[in-house]
Design a protein around this ligand. Structure first.
Ligand SMILES: Nc1nc2c(ncn2[C@@H]2O[C@H](COP(=O)(O)OP(=O)(O)OP(=O)(O)O)[C@@H](O)[C@H]2O)c(=O)[nH]1
Ligand SMILES: [Zn+2]
Length: 211
């Protein structure tokens, strides 16, 4: 997260429009705010009108949150909550909601992730599975890469026999613009280890998702 910055940094932004933050104390990330201010102008808006005055600041904060996954490490998250347990059966965390941004339009796509793994002497704290989904969702993404990254991170750091990830999402870039299809959803999957090599394991995982 960028620290609060001083007004002097505003001069670095090389922007033709004048950007006057309402309150120096409120400057959060001068460069980002400046860019949003300029974009508002280019959209034909008046960035100085009451409702938009704090919008550059709000957008800068929102974008930082929505891309906060870049600064997080799945390994760190998983390592903190790995427990030795002699469990051999499949563990599934399903219906993990996620929000991401498509890298083509920077518009949201959102839906649910279903994650399964086959423990190999260790189990992970369940909340960490959902946190790992967020680590990769809070970035600019395509759904297929997001799905693979979650599977690869869990496979690598859990030391599991196998990992399965299925994600189902609605893409607002297909809904609000472009082809404008409101009801299509996209399903992507990534199978690793036993889930990839053994059809019965894969089928068992899928059967739990149907319930
Ligand atoms: N495979 C994949 N495609 C995505 C994802 N998010 C958005 N897209 C697609 O990326 C494609 C970009 O295609 P382009 O032709 O370059 O962009 P565009 O002109 O805006 O395309 P339209 O959306 O068809 O108007 C579109 O088909 C989007 O639907 C994703 O997560 N995975
Ligand atoms: Zn898109």
């Amino acid at each position: 997260m960028p620290a609060h910055t001083t007004l002097s940094r505003l001069s670095d932004a090389h922007c033709a429009d004048s950007f006057e933050p309402i309150d120096e104390q409120e400057v959060y990330d001068a460069r980002k705010e400046h860019l949003v201010h300029e974009m508002l102008s280019h959209l034909g808006e008046d960035p100085g009108r009451e409702g938009l005055k704090r919008t550059p600041l709000r957008v800068a904060k929102a974008l930082d949150f929505l891309t906060s996954g870049y600064a997080l490490s799945a390994e760190e998250i998983i390592k903190k909550a790995l427990f030795e347990e002699d469990v051999r059966e499949m563990v599934i965390v399903r219906g993990i909601e996620f929000y991401s941004l498509c890298e083509h339009h920077m518009l949201p796509f959102f839906g649910q992730a279903h994650v399964g793994y086959l423990p190999n002497g260790k189990v992970v704290g369940l909340s960490k599975v959902a946190r790992v989904v967020d680590v990769f969702a809070r970035r600019l993404q395509v759904q297929e890469r997001l799905t693979s990254q979650v599977a690869d991170a869990l496979m690598e750091h859990l030391g599991a026999h196998g990992v399965a990830v299925v994600m189902e999402a609605s893409h607002t870039c297909m809904m609000m613009r472009g082809v404008q299809k409101q009801n299509s959803t996209t399903i992507s999957s990534a199978m690793r280890g036993t889930f990839e090599s053994d059809a019965r394991t894969r089928a068992e995982f899928m059967s739990f998702l149907d319930r």
